[in-house]
Design a protein around this ligand. Structure first.
Ligand code: ZN
Length: 387
């Protein structure tokens, strides 16, 4: 099966390179911290409206959803790129072009891919291409840490039963996520009576209790098979040097690529924290994030889909991507059995840092690659897209 797009499409895509670059720069100026993507969502919707792409709506998870020829179709292909970045900034962040690179926090993850999705969606609509499945283009919220996959969750809740394929434009074209790492993230708060360090000596100290709990959690053996990890990421608490600490707080997480193992660790966590409660200590646990592991995905459909992505990437970029497991927007569709992949349209480095950059020339390979992956969902109904 060839992924070689016809000459006209390749020329059209090449002709949009400058526009793509301008759109990436413009989007970089519209900040979108996880859980505060409103501004960027409004920008994307307005851009569709002003570019002759009607029908985009913002849902209550701040996803911008653009359905394309979904009427009468029982099966959907969902194509997403996330709007949020890991940066809390609400003022535009620095952007500079230097020696063929574009630098800005979030420029690659996921702004470049978002701009690609928008231009490809417009191209499909302008050409009135007829898809084999109903198509949902989604500029989605909440992919990064505290977003807890809010946007992807909402799409799967709403359309899950109809979803046949799912692709997220995320990261570079050198890597492709094809397997879920699930995670459970907790905030744990411990409260004790505390008191004066000298006159109330003997009262329980929340920091000491937290240390003991951390030690106990670190004493647990992870199950064998797959990879299961845990981590205490931050601790805080106490009042002063001469106060028996009354409160302590920590952030703790488990990760696993095996569903049963993640469940087992979560069970042990419950047992352990309730043992501390039985000692008369107030232990509050709050789940900050829960990302599911793999569900029952049809292995043949999934590997056939991965093969297509590998072949298309090899054609346009010269190399098939490396396949990885990870925690991405695909976790949610995977958990309900939908074949999914996550791949991007550029190369660059420094994702999640303020030094992030993308290689501008690489977009000339990534743009036709992602276009081909979208038009793959149109192959049967629109003859001649591929040569
Ligand atoms: Zn991302």
């Amino acid at each position: 099966m060839s992924f070689q797009l016809n000459e006209k499409i390749l020329a059209d895509v090449a002709g949009m390179h400058e526009e793509l670059l301008d759109l990436i720069k413009e989007l970089c100026g519209v900040t979108a911290p996880s859980n505060h993507e409103e501004k960027r969502a409004a920008f994307c919707k307005a851009w569709f409206d002003q570019n002759g792409v009607p029908g985009a709506v913002i849902d209550d998870a701040d996803n911008v959803v653009l359905p394309w020829k979904t009427e009468g179709k029982n099966e959907l292909a969902v194509i997403m790129a996330h709007t949020d970045t890991v940066f809390p900034d609400t003022e535009p962040m620095p952007l500079r072009e230097e020696k063929g690179r574009l630098y800005s926090p979030g420029v690659g993850d996921d702004t470049a891919n978002l701009a690609l999705l928008m231009l490809i969606a417009r191209y499909v609509v302008k050409n009135n291409f007829t898809p084999d499945y109903g198509i949902l283009f989604v500029c989605n919220s909440g992919e990064e840490g505290l977003g807890n996959l809010r946007g992807s969750r909402k799409i799967c809740e709403t359309y899950g039963k109809q979803m046949k394929y799912f692709i997220s434009f995320d990261g570079t074209y050198e890597g492709c996520y094809n397997y879920s790492v699930g995670s459970a993230r907790y905030k744990v708060t411990i409260k004790t009576e505390g008191g004066h360090s000298f006159s109330n000596f003997g009262n329980r100290n929340a920091i000491a209790c937290m240390s003991s709990l951390i030690n106990a959690l670190y004493g647990l053996k992870v199950p064998e098979g797959g990879k299961t990890t845990y981590n205490v990421g931050s601790i805080s608490g106490g009042t002063s040097v001469n106060t028996i600490a009354q409160n302590a707080e920590m952030l703790f997480e488990y990760r696993s690529d095996v569903r049963e193992h993640l469940d087992a660790m979560m069970g042990l966590f419950e047992t352990m924290t309730s043992a501390y409660r039985q000692m008369g200590i107030t232990v509050d646990t709050e789940i900050m994030g829960l990302r599911p592991c793999m569900g029952d995905v049809d292995k043949d459909l999934q590997s056939a889909y991965e093969r297509k992505v590998a072949d298309a990437a090899a054609l346009y970029t010269g190399k098939a991507p490396e396949f990885h497991s990870g925690s991405t927007d695909c976790n949610i569709p995977f958990s309900i059995g939908v074949p999914s992949v996550s791949i991007g349209g550029y190369v660059g480095d420094g994702a999640h840092t303020r030094e992030e950059w993308i290689d501008i020339e690489s977009l000339k390979k990534g743009f036709p690659l992602l276009t081909a992956l979208v038009l793959e969902f149109f192959r049967q109904s629109e003859k001649g897209l591929f040569v």
